[in-house]
Design a protein around this ligand. Structure first.
Ligand code: ADP
Ligand code: MG
Length: 349
């Protein structure tokens, strides 16, 4: 979820309505395209023993980041993570990167170098190789666009469309930390009483500035054949679960009490009169994975997962489409899952 605060709406309507319109207008069938628009990456059938994943992400100053509250290193780091996370959501291995930047007159060479330093800090653990890009001047803020390729075994990628009724729904890590960290950077939160332990503040800011891409977790799911569907959490659990369910033609039930919320996020919510569950449901840019495990594989999944360092939490299950997306708050009590998560062009807050 981008960090900007503009309430303006745009004449292009909803982001996803626009993408569908453009898809209908411009997408063409091709024998090498296994998956085009609609998933975390496209999947190209480039050879018989290895398929190519490709994804791109654009970050705009004032919308996705603010140099007044983020260092250039952190902006670069987060930009790389956004792309790495899309490869992770497919269960793939990141490979090659292209970087396009549009630089405003206010930006120095040193700042751009710091941007690249942060980017490569995120990418180097995966031995991603920078192979090109483009450079332009900008008259309205800094723009940064990364294109990342990856590889995956043929037919092994985790798709948004792979969820089936009865599957268990899991997430990696904890939810809402990045949102809480972002809130701590805004004037509203700063104006409130500073009741949060410094260690919690540091943790939440770090989760916002330097999130993790769950590449190893995605690859592990593929290796053991345990994943049904997967998506990475960039817009927030509610919104991304909706995308997964739409692509799979199913509904879902989330158990409110099972959402993994960190002690720091809980303390932040308490100190600022916020509901930590809501932050967990709606907060964006956690870059955790949301995935499903078929019911018949759940036992095997739990057994194998217990021998790893990964943090997986079961947060609900996949239900028939007619039941929609629901939140179970206590035994027997369900309500429709609120539709709010980040949406470009139509900002609720
Ligand atoms: P993510 O959050 O994983 O980056 P998005 O929700 O941004 O994915 O995009 C959903 C799908 O729409 C992806 O397949 C993406 O490649 C595609 N898409 C987004 N914007 C455009 C565009 N302007 N033109 C064509 N395809 C697009
Ligand atoms: Mg994604």
């Amino acid at each position: 979820m981008p960090s900007g605060r503009s309430r303006r709406t745009s004449s292009v309507g909803s982001e996803f309505g626009l993408i569908r319109l453009l898809q209908a207008q411009a997408a063409r069938p091709d024998r090498q395209v296994f998956k085009g628009i609609g998933d975390d990456t496209a999947i190209l059938k480039t050879s018989s023993d290895q398929w190519t994943l490709i994804t791109t992400d654009l970050l705009a100053e004032g919308v996705h980041f603010d140099p007044a509250t983020s260092s250039y290193d952190d902006i670069g780091y987060r930009a790389a993570i956004a792309n790495l996370s899309d490869i992770a959501a497919m269960g793939g291995t990141p490979r090659f990167m292209l970087v396009a930047i549009a630089i405003p007159p206010t930006c120095s060479t040193e700042q751009i170098q710091r941007l690249y330093r942060g980017m490569m800090q995120a990418a180097d653990p995966y031995r991603v190789c920078l192979v090109g890009g483009d450079t332009s001047a900008s008259k309205s803020g800094l723009f940064l666009s990364i294109t990342l390729t990856g590889i995956v075994q043929p037919r092994h990628a985790l798709l948004r469309s792979g969820a089936r009724v009865g599957d268990r729904l899991y997430v990696t890590g904890t939810l809402g930390d990045s949102r809480a960290g972002l809130d701590l950077l805004t004037a509203t939160a700063r104006a409130g009483p500073a009741k949060l332990r410094p260690a919690y503040t540091r943790f939440l800011l770090a989760r916002h500035h330097r999130p993790s891409a769950r590449v190893a977790e995605g690859q592990w799911l593929v290796k053991h054949g345990l994943g049904g569907a997967a998506i990475d959490l960039s817009d927030g659990l509610t919104g991304d679960l909706r995308h997964l369910c739409e692509e799979s033609g199913v509904g879902a039930e989330v158990l409110a009490g099972s959402l993994p919320i960190s002690p720091a996020c809980r303390a932040y919510a308490l100190a600022h009169g916020r509901d930590s569950q809501q932050i967990g449901l709606q907060g964006g840019e956690d870059y955790e994975l949301l995935f499903t495990v078929p019911r018949r594989k759940q036992e095997q999944f739990e057994r194998l997962a217990a021998n790893t360092d990964f943090c997986f939490t079961c947060i609900g299950s996949i239900t028939p489409k007619r039941l929609g997306l629901r939140l179970r708050t206590e035994p027997g009590t369900t309500q429709p899952l609120p539709a709010t998560s980040y949406e470009h062009f139509l900002r609720p807050s």
